[in-house]
Design a protein around this ligand. Sequence first.
Ligand code: HEC
Ligand code: HEC
Ligand code: HEC
Ligand code: HEC
Length: 367
Amino acid sequence: MTAPLVRIGIASAAGAALVTFGGCDLGHKQTTQTGYRGAGLDQIVDLKHIAKASAIPAPPYPLPPDGGPTAGQSYQNVKVLGGVSKERFDHLMAEINQWVAPPAQGCNYCHNPENMASDEKYTKVVARRMLQMTQAINSRWVSHVKQTGVTCYTCHRGNAVPANKWALAEGTPDPDTILGNKHGQNTPNANVGYASLPYDPFADYLNGQHQIRVAGNSAFPSRDHKVSVKTAESTYGLMMHISSALGVNCTYCHNSQSFRAWNLSRAQRGTAYYGIRMVRDINEDYIGSLQSVFPAYRKGPHGDVYKVNCTTCHQGVSKPLGGISMIAQAPALKGPSLPPAEPEGGHAVATAVPAAFNQPAAMTGKK
Ligand code: HEC
Ligand code: HEC
Ligand code: HEC
Ligand code: HEC
């Protein structure tokens, strides 16, 4: 009589083990020490995940040499890439086809095959703005993307609409209902690692210019430095997003002795600082300008276009695509050499560490 019971016991123990360990990532890990010895400041990565994240498509055909007539001379309606040679323009079109267009539609996703010069499809109008945006990222935001740069593939990965994006969150429930008004928090949400933190840190911090701070600069709240418990919680919400987007711990950027002090932080925090400003620029100046171009079915629950956050490019790794650069295969996306963006303290800091690293006064003050 006991044997079946024992068997049930073993089966349920095995079941429990499956449930318990099912969430663990098996496979080979690589550990990199990021801080003082013995402090547990390690970055642990799953090599298989990195290998998967860095799979890039082969170019459609080898990049043709530069020279010959330009696209502007050869075609009728080329507004951004007019100075690029025709051969390289055609190559880029074939790449964009591979990176963005659904295979069933190909060139026709953006073009009327009867008239390639026509702008009648909204997708072509969007793509032209995306060309300008990608060039701006690569030329003005070297402080973030370095020489690695980005292409359409960094965000799109073969999809017409990138898999990772955000729009204003669904409204909070009506305070009169039995659910009460949760003020945009206390609802498990992947954006903030399923914590009870405010789940839409994006609108204020990645589209707006709100300060990312947990403590004010003065003993009493002032109008200049609006820092409240709620903004502190939103700051943590954003930090949860940043950590999961990059697949790292807080200590990849911060020293837990003081999360605020720049002089104790790792250089990666400086890169992240410019990343935040770059994402604001992308969302406000480029994607935001397409609000009237996108059809309603491409917009979020509140009717705003989908925007970019750290996951759009990073997708769980500290350098998108494992740090592989695709820009050599698409030199036209480097763009004209524009002056670097000036987030704060003049262009001198745009390629160095933020002013906040050197000047304690700037650490707390401006945005
Ligand atoms: C994701 C959208 C998109 C896809 C897919 C796409 N194109 Fe384009 N194409 C554009 C944009 C945007 C322009 C205008 C670029 C500019 O203004 O600098 C353009 C312009 C052109 C032009 C110049 C037409 C003229 O006379 O002004 C040609 C030719 C062209 N594309 C060919 C192709 C071919 C061939 C394919 C498929 C292999 C393709 N395109 C796929 C977006 C796209
Ligand atoms: C920084 C990330 C990023 C990069 C780089 C990027 N895109 Fe996009 N793209 C987006 C997002 C986000 C959307 C979705 C907007 C929406 O649906 O509201 C989008 C939408 C589009 C669409 C509209 C698709 C549809 O079906 O509605 C086209 C076309 C497009 N992008 C082309 C391009 C091209 C071409 C490039 C490279 C020159 C490029 N994108 C580079 C983020 C990016
Ligand atoms: C990829 C780098 C990075 C990671 C990972 C990261 N942070 Fe941050 N953190 C920053 C940057 C950059 C700022 C400053 C933002 C600004 O000023 O625009 C910041 C600001 C903060 C602040 C505000 C400090 C102040 O001045 O009031 C706190 C608190 C904080 N982070 C906590 C965390 C926690 C907790 C985690 C882990 C869940 C985390 N961070 C993960 C880069 C990072
Ligand atoms: C348009 C694509 C894109 C977006 C969006 C983006 N990044 Fe990056 N990021 C990159 C690229 C490309 C690199 C690699 C640069 C290099 O080779 O050093 C990078 C590198 C970094 C690094 C340095 C990693 C290291 O190990 O040295 C940090 C930190 C980082 N990004 C943080 C962020 C944060 C935080 C956000 C969101 C606010 C963000 N990124 C959004 C493209 C992007």
